[in-house]
Design a protein around this ligand. Structure first.
Ligand code: COA
Length: 389
């Protein structure tokens, strides 16, 4: 008889990876041995994509080759643009992203067995195309024509360009680039694990990434950034933060963007995002979102500490994502899609890692339903007694 592990698989090791390492007690995150504190200020997202997909940081020639490949793979098949134009304008951006990513599989080549290729180029294809989908839907739902991607811009700059039709300021493109770097991978988080489970059945990259997108959307995972932005809009002014936290906790609600399964200290990504939120606020000449977020973090720490002196609930990656993306004029309901545009590097890296040394992921559960008993024919069932009562 198997033993029940902790609920939510907490503390359970389900596999190994060379992609990233989360050290929750000291608040350290590394990608293939490189500390996020070094990568965030010094490496572009494209360098991190190379690191995760090819196993090492690129030299200049390798980086140029990757940039060119990303640039040439950004456009979407026309039927997918048309299908987005027929979607109700009220559709949630994550629903559209998940559906169109799944649809990309319809247009990708298959081998003699009818299977899509699941290789590094398919991974790069998805890294390249995801921002195009998000930007296209952003414009279509505003009643505008999508803007064609540009091959000469970075992933981050091109996304902002496709949304607005204007090449963004270097500070704005740099902020989004750093956001993508910080979000690129995070070990066996829920969506990455979902991607690996799907890949372990030998589902292809499109199917596995679709599983990851479905798993990302909930507000206990990638949906928290949108929820966190919603909180900032509800707090409205920095001085309302403490009362907001007290009221929310009294209603047994959670403060979105706070707390983490792995980190028992402040998430190391939060510091970089906070710095960027500050820098963007200076650049925009309006620090409203940054100031609300900052006082909400202070108030949350104070009130949670009062409730529990050994509090381990601190700001996570989603907390300062909200002011950063809000200052880039990205609507709150698109934040989870932006998370996905960074995390696609890690998802595809993990899918390739899983496929390279695959064994079906199939855990067990203990059974705590009714004991085995005789079958009851339909005309003998009165329907009033539940089988397990
Ligand atoms: N606000 C208030 N209390 C919180 C909290 C938050 N954001 N996060 C956790 N807690 C409290 C829980 O209420 C629980 O309290 P209790 O022991 O008194 O019942 C305790 O901390 C443990 O919570 P639990 O849900 O078991 O921890 P977990 O490891 O499963 O949760 C998260 C991790 C991320 C799901 C959780 O912290 C959370 O819901 N955060 C908000 C959503 C979020 O930001 N998600 C993005 C994560 S990157």
């Amino acid at each position: 008889m198997p033993t029940v592990v902790d609920r939510g698989l907490e503390g359970v090791v389900v596999g190994s990876t060379q992609l990233s390492n989360v050290q929750g007690t000291i608040g350290r995150l590394t990608y293939r041995g490189y500390d996020i504190d070094d990568l965030a200020p010094n490496a572009t997202f494209e360098e991190v994509v190379h690191l995760l997909l090819y196993g090492r940081l690129p030299n200049r020639i390798e980086l140029e080759t990757l940039r060119r490949e990303l640039g040439t793979r950004r456009s979407l098949p026309e039927p997918l643009i048309s299908s987005m134009q027929n979607v109700p304008k009220s559709a949630w951006p994550m629903d559209v992203l998940r559906t169109i990513v799944s649809g990309l599989g319809l247009f990708s080549p298959v081998n003699a067995h009818g299977e899509h290729l699941s290789d590094v180029h398919t991974a790069i294809e998805l890294v390249a195309k995801m921002p195009t989908i998000v930007a296209a839907w952003d414009r279509i739902r505003r009643g505008l024509e999508p803007v064609d991607p540009r091959a000469d811009l970075s992933q981050a700059a091109n996304f902002l360009y496709m949304r607005s039709g204007k090449v963004p300021h270097a500070i704005e493109a740099g902020a989004l680039d750093r956001y993508f770097v910080l979000l690129a991978d995070h070990s066996f988080n829920a969506s990455t694990f979902a991607a690996r489970v799907a890949a372990s059945t030998r589902a292809d990259v499109y199917a596995s990434v679709t599983a990851a997108l479905a798993t990302l959307q909930g507000d206990l995972h990638g949906g928290a950034a949108s929820a966190s932005y919603h909180t900032l809009t509800e707090v409205r002014e920095p001085e309302n933060a403490e009362q907001y936290v007290r009221d929310a906790l009294a209603r047994n609600e959670r403060i979105m963007g706070m707390g983490h399964r792995e980190y028992k200290v402040r998430d190391p990504r939060a510091r970089h995002l906070e710095e960027m939120a500050h820098k963007l606020a200076d650049h925009q000449g309006s620090s409203r979102w940054y100031e609300i977020a900052h006082s909400l973090e202070e108030a949350s720490r104070k009130v949670l500490q009062e409730k529990k002196p050994d509090n381990t609930i601190y700001a996570n990656v989603d907390f300062y994502t909200a002011p950063v993306l809000a200052d880039l004029n990205i609507p709150g309901d698109e934040f989870t899609c932006l998370f996905a545009c960074g995390r696609i590097a890690g998802w595809t890296g993990h899918i390739l890692e899983q496929l390279a040394d695959n064994r079906l992921i199939r855990p067990q559960a203990t059974y705590d339903g009714p004991p085995a008993g005789p079958f009851v024919p339909i005309d003998k069932r009165d329907g009033t007694v539940a089988r397990n009562s």
